[in-house]
Ligand binder design. Structure first.
Ligand code: NAD
Length: 262
């Protein structure tokens, strides 16, 4: 029987708000596999929830890191270096776009909103990989979270779709750079899942129901589905996979047309 044993491994999860967060769903699977965990959260307001979630989790480390603040990122890396010395896995589960940029037409996106969305949702992966590179073990692995709007137009997703395209392209370039050392990086492209970030997307529930109705599996996906794929990609079971965007969307993205349309 193949078992994923990560009992000698250490992982950093960046971007957990609560137990519905996709970052948490992967963290929970890593914990089940025996991995030791550290978390970063955006700001003071989120610390209490994370403390509750990690209560009783032996050796868990918590860091406040707003990814637009290089000093907070550097302070975390320096503390991790002192405490752990190395890192086996990184989960990047961070995205943000101002609400107004996702409520109208893409053509009306302001420069500031475009830069903010791309900085927080795509550049943060590059900045994190850059800052953490020295800590990564020779067979380390990273995952980030993407969405179908990187590839196809999803109305209202707008600049976030463009940010996800940049994120997926960054995964490929980072795979090339880090691959020389043996480090892998992949993107998990999840179908709609009910989380705090998802609820801020206009029309999210409509999108959720449509995907579930059209997907080959006849359902949507949940945190368990996403957690399992994250664990797989981070583990040695995916030892030959890097630079890839892997969908976990009950098959929705392979459909070209809804049955109701024909
Ligand atoms: P979430 O709200 O639980 O997580 C998003 C996290 O991003 C939050 O913890 C937030 O604090 C963090 N964040 C935002 N700006 C930040 C900043 N400046 N610095 C540090 N952290 C910051 O929601 P989620 O749905 O779990 O989102 C996680 C990832 O999954 C995102 O990249 C999202 O785009 C992606 N995703 C979500 C879905 C979905 O339907 N929920 C589908 C596909 C992909």
């Amino acid at each position: 029987m193949i078992q994923i044993d990560l009992s000698s491994k250490r992982a950093l999860i960046m971007g957990v708000t609560n137990r519905r967060s996709l970052g948490w769903s992967i963290a929970a699977k890593l914990q089940e596999a025996g991995c030791q965990l550290a978390f970063s959260y955006q700001g003071e307001r989120l610390r209490g929830e994370l403390e509750k979630l990690t209560d009783g989790m032996e050796g868990a480390r918590l860091y406040q890191v707003d990814v637009t603040n290089p000093d907070e990122l550097a302070a975390m890396v320096s503390d991790l270096e002192g405490a752990w010395g190395s890192l086996d896995h990184v989960v990047h589960s961070i995205a943000f776009a101002p609400r107004e940029a996702m409520d109208g037409r893409y053509i009306d996106t302001t420069r500031d909103d475009w830069v903010t969305a791309l900085e927080v949702s795509a550049y943060s992966l590059v900045a994190s990989a850059q800052a953490l590179e020295g800590l990564l073990t020779d067979d380390a692995s990273m995952v980030t979270l993407s969405y179908y709007a990187a590839e196809k137009v999803v109305p209202k997703y707008n600049v976030m779709g463009v940010a996800k395209s940049a994120l997926e392209a960054s995964v490929r370039y980072l795979a090339y750079d880090l691959g020389k050392k043996g480090v892998r990086i992949n993107a998990v492209s999840a179908g709609p899942v009910k989380t705090v970030a998802a609820r801020s997307i206009p029309g999210f529930m409509k999108m959720y129901k449509r995907v579930a109705g059209m997907a080959p599996l006849g359902r949507g996906v949940d945190q368990q589905d996403v957690g399992r794929l994250g664990l797989f990609l981070l583990s040695d079971l995916a030892s030959g996979i890097t630079g890839e965007t892997v969908y976990v969307d009950a098959g929705y993205h392979v459909m070209g047309m809804d049955l109701d349309d024909v």
